[in-house]
Design a protein around this ligand. Structure first.
Ligand SMILES: Cc1cc2nc3c(=O)[nH]c(=O)nc-3n(C[C@H](O)[C@H](O)[C@H](O)COP(=O)(O)OP(=O)(O)OC[C@H]3O[C@@H](n4cnc5c(N)ncnc54)[C@H](O)[C@@H]3O)c2cc1C
Length: 288
């Protein structure tokens, strides 16, 4: 196996241009598990492009005018979980804090979470709810895809051979946002169900994205539309009955399966509970 460890983005893109089928290695927290468990064999004429030392991928910028954060693909969960990024993207920070252990979060990157595209990837419901855009670069140029179009199925993405995920641009919303997850324990756990709720007060929009309950992340659009009409925007209030209806509509958007972690019925129930609780946190005052 050949190893290329570029120090600049141009060199990384050149390496991928010369070896379009090369395996990209970022934090290695997904890839090396696959190697250790023999699901991925790094042998023969395979080339690995290790991007962890590419400074452009590890940096991020905030554009207050555009109200966006541009996250390099190599930004780690450890960085996402603390200020100043946590202040700008609080739901992503909450999701980051649920990922693995501190050791995993020091290595694991947002680009790796996107590229793996597991239905249980904790960053993905947040990126979907916030309406993030994925930046891909290759010899053919640069493409920008809404995260919903980037995720095409279970561990399937729109990334083409030779392309590198270089960044993800995340809108900074003006309103409450949060992430919640159900697993078999409180730490080091793969989500049985996850949900991100994000409110944007100026546009009076409520966004809800669900993880681990469909082949890829889904937006619960009927629940979103219901909530936008049901909440009282001036007082930050919602009735218990409407919060429960919201949870039920969210559960209808899920397309879960039975597997070794949970039954489909439990996952649907978990989605209803998580979504109801998130709406209550976003609109804490009670309407009769
Ligand atoms: C013990 C443990 C606990 C975990 N817990 C969680 C958890 O709670 N929640 C969760 O969501 N995940 C969890 N994970 C999975 C993993 O940490 C995340 O998916 C992480 O974001 C992967 O990032 P990485 O940088 O390590 O990716 P890598 O392992 O380096 O790469 C993963 C995949 O992405 C590709 N890739 C990486 N970067 C790019 C890029 N810039 N462009 C194109 N392709 C790229 C690689 O080729 C590979 O196919 C856990 C893993 C372990 C080992």
């Amino acid at each position: 196996m050949g190893l290329i460890a570029p120090l600049s983005l141009d060199d990384a893109l050149d390496a991928l241009g010369a070896h379009p089928d090369a395996v990209v290695l970022a934090g290695g927290t997904d890839l090396m598990v696959d190697v250790n468990e023999a699901r991925h064999r790094l042998v023969g004429d395979e080339t690995v492009v290790a991007v962890a030392r590419v400074a452009e991928l590890r940096s991020w910028t905030h554009d207050p005018q555009a109200a966006t954060v541009h996250l390099g693909a190599g930004v780690t969960y450890a960085e996402l979980e603390r200020d100043p990024l946590a202040r700008l993207l609080p739901a992503l920070a909450q999701a980051a804090r649920t990922v693995g252990s501190p050791q995993i979060r020091n290595a694991a990157t947002i680009g790796g979470n996107l590229a793996t595209c597991s239905p249980a990837g904790d960053g993905l419901p947040v990126l979907a709810a916030l309406g993030a855009t994925v930046e891909l670069r290759g010899t053919g140029g640069t493409r920008h895809l809404p995260v919903a179009a980037f995720m095409t199925g279970v561990k399937q993405t729109a990334r083409q051979p030779g392309e590198l995920i270089t960044a993800v641009t995340v809108p900074v919303l003006d309103g409450w946002q949060g992430y919640a997850k159900v697993g078999v324990r409180n730490a080091m756990v793969i989500a049985i169900a996850g949900a991100c709720l994000a409110v944007d007060v100026p546009s009076r929009s409520v966004r809800l994205a669900l993880g681990s309950v469909a082949p890829t992340v889904v937006r619960a659009t009927s629940a979103e539309a219901f909530a936008e009409g049901a909440v009282e925007w001036s007082t930050n209030a919602v009735s218990d009955a409407d919060a429960t209806t919201f949870g039920g509509l969210a559960a209808e958007a899920a397309r879960p399966i039975d597997d070794h972690r949970a039954s489909a019925a439990y996952r649907r129930h978990a989605v209803a509970v998580l979504s109801r609780r998130l709406l209550r946190r976003a609109f804490p005052h009670r309407l009769a």
